[in-house]
Structures are given as structure tokens and as C-alpha cells.
Design a protein around this ligand. Structure first.
Ligand SMILES: C[S@@+](CC[C@H](N)C(=O)[O-])C[C@H]1O[C@@H](n2cnc3c(N)ncnc32)[C@H](O)[C@@H]1O
Length: 331
């Protein structure tokens, strides 16, 4: 069973172009025509009506790079991988490591937009940096990634960036309104901040990694965001928070730690404002976000963004502040 985007037949070609551009179109499968609609097969969920059903495997000219592999390796090689700019990023099991160059070559031959392939050995440390090993292509991890009409240039071996969050960035862009005050508390190279500033929001972006600061300024500039629309503070959020103002929207995308900061950072939310909190949850745990907040906060939306490991998922919670706490007195 795979996820499909359901669109009216008359919108099918626009949808295909959008999905191809964002690398969301799963070209191992064919589109399905059904009662005036087209179901486009997906690599990952995008915004719109999603239908989960049996995919129709494409027999012709598939871009499944594994078809170029010798049969003894094909079954071991991963089906999915990430694309950051012109770099293919792939996770390889230990038993498959000895075939990594053959796998990389097949990937480059089947995806002409890729120039390099690197192995992803996981994300580590306070700065959430991906441990990468280049296995094919020129050395160097700087590339330009295009997403939702924006461009992000960065060195993916020195800062955090995930192409898998494009739908979340688009969702929050759609929800936001110009002139909102926004705090991007763990901003990285500012993919959320750039898109919201482009809509006329006034953004305060905070990240503790000095390399994030360097690339964030590059990305505001590349996307023609005026300096008056944003501040970037290179600091730990807990150190600058007391001097910050109050915000209409707060983005907390530090999935391994954000729950620990929720109480503290929520103190800077305006009444009627919203927090987008990203956190990793074990699949068999039913997290009650209300347990982490005072009673005047309410969770109005939650969804799984993508699987994180076989037993856990990245989940987003949208949390609103409904009214001010009324102080009880004994008079
Ligand atoms: C998962 S990344 C998210 C980056 C960005 N929001 C994005 O979507 O690409 C978390 C970021 O938080 C930063 N970070 C970690 N601890 C921090 C802290 N205490 N204060 C501010 N930033 C922090 C890291 O450097 C990293 O860039």
C-alpha cells in the first residue's frame, strides 16, 4: 500500500509538475485514473487529499535505481533515499556497505539531476549534524536545494537540513498571515523563517550553531528577504529568551529536545497565538501534550510528519494559547 495524491483530472498535469519538482512523485509506480480523478503515487506525503491504496508498479523505464544493480545486491539496497540539491543521501545497512560504490553508481545513472552520493550515518550532537561519507562525486557538501519556490544553500555536513519537511513548511506558510510576529526557536539555516518572512511576517530566528547563522543570512539574501524583516540570534534559545518579545507564532523544531523547552518557550506566546512543536514519539506511546502545559493551552491539531525509526515517528502538534491564566487570590 502506498500514499497517493488525489487530484481532479483537469489539475493532473499541474500536480505532476509540482510533485516532480519537489521529488515527491514515486516513479516506481503509475498514476491511477478513477472516476474523474488521478491518483499520483508519492515518495512522501504532500499537502492535499491523500489516498492510501495498492500502487500499480511501473514496468516501463522505471527510475528505480535498483533495476541497474546485479540481482544479488538488488534486494539488499534501500529503495528510498533523500535528495538534497544535487547530492543523493542514502542509508546503507552494514551487510550492504561493501556494495556502496555499485549502489552509488546506479543511483547516479538513474537520477541525472544527482552529481554526488553520500552515505548517511545518522544525526548527532547539539547541532544535529548529519554524519556523512561521500562515496561518489567531487568532495564537498555545499549544494542548493529548491523547495516550495525557495532556494536554500548550505553545507549539509555542517548544519541541519531535512528535505522531508517541505510539506510542513508549506502547511505553516499557508496558515500564517502577514505582519505576524514569529519566533523560529531552533531555526537552523532558516527554511521556516525565510518562507514566513517572504509572506510579510516579522521573524526572530535563533540557533546556537555559528554555521547555521552563516547559511541563514545567505538564504535570506538568496530569497530576497529584506534585513528589516528578520533578526538572527546565534545563541542558545534559553539564554536569549528573557530579552525576547511576545509572538503570534512559535516554531519549535528540535525534535529530540523540544518537549523539555515547551513550558519555557510557551511563556512568550501571545493569547490567540500558536506553537508548532515537533517531537519524536515512540509509536506505542499516546503522548498527552496537555500534561506539559498550563490549562490555558490547547492542542488543536497533530499529525505524523514521517517515520523516524522502525519504532518511532516525527510528530507535529499545533498548540494554541486560549486565554490568560487568571490568578486566584484568597481575598
Ligand atoms: C532539528 S534542527 C532544526 C533546524 C530547522 N528548524 C529546520 O527545520 O531545518 C535543530 C536546530 O536547533 C539548534 N539548536 C540546538 N540546541 C539549541 C538551543 N538550545 N538553542 C537554539 N538552537 C539550538 C541546532 O543547531 C539545529 O540547527
Amino acid at each position: 500500500m502506498i500514499k497517493h495524491l488525489k487530484v481532479l483530472e483537469r489539475n493532473a498535469q499541474d500536480a505532476r509538475l509540482f510533485l516532480e519538482k519537489s521529488n515527491a512523485l514515486n516513479e516506481d509506480f503509475l498514476p491511477i485514473k478513477k472516476e474523474g480523478y488521478i491518483l499520483w503515487p508519492l515518495n512522501f506525503e504532500v499537502k492535499g487529499e491523500i489516498v492510501v491504496c495498492e500502487g500499480v508498479e511501473s514496468k516501463r523505464n522505471s527510475r528505480d535505481y535498483r533495476q541497474l544493480l546485479p540481482s544479488e545486491i538488488r534486494g539488499l539496497a534501500p529503495r528510498s533515499f533523500d535528495i538534497f540539491g544535487d547530492i543523493g543521501i542514502i542509508r546503507i545497512s552494514d551487510e550492504c556497505l561493501e556494495y556502496s560504490k555499485i549502489i552509488a553508481k546506479a543511483l547516479l545513472e538513474s537520477h541525472l539531476n544527482l552529481k554526488k552520493v553520500a552515505i548517511d550515518k545518522g544525526v548527532k550532537g547539539e547541532y544535529r549534524i548529519r554524519q556523512l561519507q561521500m562515496i561518489m562525486g567531487e568532495p564537498g557538501f555545499v549544494s542548493v536545494h529548491r523547495e516550495n519556490g525557495f532556494e536554500f544553500k548550505l553545507d549539509i555536513s555542517k548544519v541541519y537540513f531535512s528535505p522531508r519537511l517541505s510539506m510542513e513548511r508549506s502547511r505553516i506558510y499557508e496558515m500564517s498571515e502577514s505582519r505576524e510576529e514569529v519566533l523560529d526557536a531552533f531555526a537552523g539555516v532558516c527554511p521556516f523563517s525565510v518562507s514566513l518572512a517572504s509572506k510579510g511576517c516579522k521573524v526572530t530566528a535563533v540557533d546556537s550553531n555559528p554555521d547555521s547563522e552563516f547559511w541563514a543570512h545567505e538564504n535570506f539574501r538568496r530569497n530576497k528577504i529584506l534585513k528589516s524583516s528578520y533578526d538572527f540570534l546565534c545563541s542558545k534559545i534559553e539564554e536569549v529568551l528573557p530579552e525576547l518579545k511576545f509572538y503570534d507564532r512559535i516554531i519549535m523544531n528540535s525534535p529530540t529536545t523540544s518537549l523539555n523547552y515547551l513550558q519555557l518557550i510557551s511563556s512568550k506566546l501571545n493569547v490567540g497565538g500558536v506553537i508548532h512543536l515537533y517531537t519524536i514519539i515512540e509509536n506505542d506511546i499516546n503522548l498527552r501534550i496537555g500534561d506539559y502545559l498550563p490549562s490555558n493551552f490547547s492542542c488543536v491539531f497533530e499529525r505524523v510528519v514521517h517515520p523516524y525509526s522502525p519504532s518511532s515517528s516525527l510528530v507535529v502538534f499545533d498548540i494554541v494559547k486560549v486565554k490568560n491564566n487568571v490568578q486566584k487570590t484568597n481575598q
